[in-house]
Design a protein around this ligand. Structure first.
Ligand SMILES: *[C@@H]1O[C@H](CO)[C@@H](O)[C@H](O)[C@H]1NC(C)=O
Ligand SMILES: *[C@@H]1O[C@H](CO)[C@@H](O)[C@H](O)[C@H]1NC(C)=O
Ligand SMILES: *[C@@H]1O[C@H](CO)[C@@H](O)[C@H](O)[C@H]1NC(C)=O
Ligand SMILES: *[C@@H]1O[C@H](CO)[C@@H](O)[C@H](O)[C@H]1NC(C)=O
Ligand SMILES: *[C@@H]1O[C@H](CO)[C@@H](O)[C@H](O)[C@H]1NC(C)=O
Ligand SMILES: *[C@@H]1O[C@H](CO)[C@@H](O)[C@H](O)[C@H]1NC(C)=O
Ligand SMILES: *[C@@H]1O[C@H](CO)[C@@H](O)[C@H](O)[C@H]1NC(C)=O
Length: 616
């Protein structure tokens, strides 16, 4: 459960604490793994660089797939909404017949233009977490699970609007993917994962031959920062060496990606500090005593790290501003909305995927599905940057995107990692827009594009579905949507000297203007506000009345208020739902009156300085 996440981070750095969490999700597994590697010794050498030199070609296992596509077609997912206008498939692809190892996939086609839209593979991270349970059912898939755990609602911002999407549960052992040789799970690592995923793809394209020549992209998030470049690289090598299927790989796009361990550790704590989650002292201690580059760990470093994690409190690190899942929030039966990501979604999905009827519809053998699996991971380079450089050299499109309020693999980590590549900038940092709002920022380096998605956490399509879809559409189309719209900055010269520091020293006393106010309170009182709800049941002492005087153009002023500009500036929309206002007018004044219910304080909103909201 997400609420354990900061304890898990404690696990990450203090080896003395025994950690055992069930029902955890991908980032927990990620950090548990990073912890475990401190006690294991993974080879530092980059085994991927050697791949290229390997002369011989060993063809992968390819089985006949005739007729299996039709068998994989899903009639209907239990509880799915009406008007489903696209095809869905699910099933296993055997990647090793001797071991009895098979990977499970879920495939959704586009409803329109599926015969021309690109083919996209999606991979979640962990390592060991399910692309179906997280990716398809909570992020970018066409459906999400309602709080009853039995029915689905439509995600209008699903990525199958613009692509045909394969969700692959990888490696074997994750979700519905399995091996009949259980010792396979002890031999799992980056290399075996990439090789199995490649074998999967070759066989999948035999099963769906109409996609063999389609433009193909690999996407994913988190620990897929390893999977995606490694699989892409494996494809490039095999495309060169083989006369079996050439996979038409055009590009990769990875969100909040684990690509460089030391950049990640530094970016992690810097993000805490710059987002007001840690104290100055703790951040300074970490900067002083922790050497994340060389990886030597001092006792002082560990104790500051522990402090940093305690200082966070119980927040959702996947989205530092999101609510956490509390038992009382579970409203079994209420239907979900794609515009509000329910923090308890994990349990709805787990319930749904463990329903016998659902498993039948997905063509899986009856089993217990869990979101993540724990592995003793066998190989894991500390940095993926050399592979990314190789991919850049091949000329494929490479995007790294980042939800900017994720604290697990934060935007700072990605930036530090990219900076290590020392790439020339081709198009400088600029905002990109959606519905006239900044959707995020983009900078194009030579060979690599970095995009942020504003207000998104670790699972970008969960927290910002519309911006996530715009981002991936732009990626698939080569960036044409991300047009340049720089606001010009005014260059004024302000006085540099600080007149405020001298205020305290002023000796003379200048009394301010004070007018008699007797009897003026009563006329200010508001009887009842225009449009005020009937059931205003709070007492007068807790009712605060604000009013604003404005002189001048009534029509303009009114249109500003009615156009909601005022509200958006003053407060968020959620708060405004509980408030109401009235505009009043006599020959000399215009009033705007707000009625609010503040249980803990009496609040004055002062329109200041003169001229504010006084159109001329
Ligand atoms: C795994 O074993 C089961 C039971 O024997 C069998 O039905 C299944 O086909 C095997 N899986 C693979 C991929 O060989
Ligand atoms: C399908 O493709 C056509 C031609 O490229 C395009 O005009 C249309 O908008 C596409 N439809 C959808 C729903 O993407
Ligand atoms: C919701 O309630 C129904 C009926 O009581 C029950 O069958 C189902 O398991 C519940 N779902 C969850 C997620 O608790
Ligand atoms: C290429 O294909 C031919 C015919 O299918 C086969 O005989 C040959 O072994 C293949 N070569 C490689 C390197 O796989
Ligand atoms: C890391 O190690 C290298 C080589 O031993 C050394 O030059 C460098 O100063 C070290 N970095 C830090 C931050 O200690
Ligand atoms: C990982 O290895 C350790 C020691 O070899 C063992 O105790 C543990 O059970 C293994 N964990 C898993 C998930 O296989
Ligand atoms: C307009 O209303 C204000 C506030 O109630 C009052 O002080 C003022 O005398 C009124 N002016 C006219 C012309 O009615």
């Amino acid at each position: 459960m997400k609420k354990f996440v900061n304890l898990v981070f404690l696990c990450l750095f203090s080896l003395s604490i025994l950690c055992n969490f069930s029902n955890a999700n991908q980032a927990i597994y990620l950090h548990r793994l990073l912890n475990s590697r401190r006690s294991h010794t993974f080879p530092l050498s980059d085994s991927w660089a050697q791949l290229q030199e390997k002369g011989e070609f060993s063809p992968v296992y390819v089985a006949p797939q005739d007729g299996l596509m039709q068998a994989d077609k899903i009639d209907k997912l239990p509880g799915q909404p009406d008007n489903v206008d696209f095809d869905q498939y699910a099933g296993y692809i055997t990647v090793d017949p001797l071991a009895g190892r098979a990977l499970f996939y879920y495939f959704v086609e586009s409803s329109a233009n599926s015969s021309t839209n690109p083919l996209v593979l999606w991979l979640n991270g962990g390592p060991g977490c399910s692309s179906f349970g997280y990716g398809a059912m909570e992020e970018l898939g066409p459906f999400r699970v309602n709080s009853d755990g039995n029915t689905l609602f439509r995600n209008n911002y699903a990525w199958n609007n613009v692509a045909n999407v394969i969700f692959l549960e990888s490696p074997a052992g994750v979700g519905f993917s399995y091996s009949n040789t259980s010792s396979d799970y002890d031999r799992t690592g980056d290399t075996s994962t990439a090789n199995d995923a490649y074998t999967f793809l070759v066989n999948w394209l035999e099963r769906f031959p109409q996609y063999k020549t389609r433009d193909f992209y690999i996407t994913g998030e988190s620990y897929a920062g390893h999977y995606v470049p490694q699989l892409a690289y494996t494809i490039l090598l095999n495309n060169k060496n083989t006369n079996q299927t050439v996979i038409n790989l055009e590009g990769i796009s990875i969100g909040n990606a684990v690509i460089d361990d030391s950049a990640m550790a530094t970016g992690f704590f810097d993000h805490f500090w710059t987002h007001a989650l840690n104290s100055d002292e703790t951040h300074k201690g970490i900067s002083t005593f922790c050497d994340f580059v060389n990886g030597t760990e001092s006792h002082k470093c560990s104790s500051f790290v522990e402090k940093a994690l305690l200082e966070l409190g119980n927040i959702d690190l996947y989205n530092i501003y999101a609510p956490i899942c509390l038992k009382t929030m579970l409203k079994n039966g209420s239907s979900g909305s794609v515009n509000y990501f329910d923090p308890c979604s994990d349990s709805y999905v787990e319930n749904y995927l463990n329903t016998a009827e659902v498993q039948r519809a997905l063509h899986v053998n009856p089993t217990t599905w869990t979101g993540c699996r724990d592995y003793n991971w066998t190989d894991m380079p500390r940095t993926i940057l050399p592979i990314i450089e190789n991919l850049m050299a091949s000329g494929m499109r490479i995007w790294l995107y980042s939800g900017d309020i994720d604290a697990v693999v934060p935007v700072t980590a990605t930036r530090y990692a990219i900076n290590r590549l020392k790439l020339p900038i081709e198009n400088a940092w600029r905002p990109w827009y959606l519905n006239n709002e900044v959707g995020g920022y983009v900078v194009e380096y030579k060979g690599l594009t970095f995009v942020t998605v504003r207000g998104a956490g670790h699972l970008v399509p969960s927290y910002q579905p519309q911006r996530g879809l715009t981002m991936i559409s732009s990626f698939l189309q080569g960036g044409i949507y991300l047009h340049r719209l720089l606001k010009s900055r005014r260059s004024h010269n302000f006085h540099v000297s600080d007149s405020w520091a001298r205020l305290q020293e002023t000796r003379e006393y200048n009394p301010v203007y004070v007018a008699p106010q007797d009897g003026l309170m009563r006329p200010d009182k508001i009887d009842k506000l225009l449009g005020q709800p009937d059931n205003v049941d709070f007492d007068q002492s807790r009712m605060f009345i604000l009013w604003i005087r404005s002189y001048g153009n009534w029509a303009l002023f009114e249109s500003m208020v009615r156009g909601k500009h005022f509200f958006e500036i003053i407060m968020d929309r959620r708060t405004m739902v509980r408030s109401t206002y009235e505009l009043r007018q006599n020959q000399s004044f215009l009033y705007l009156v707000l009625l609010l219910n503040f249980p803990v304080a009496n609040v004055i909103f002062l329109e200041s300085p003169a001229g504010v909201f006084t159109p001329v």
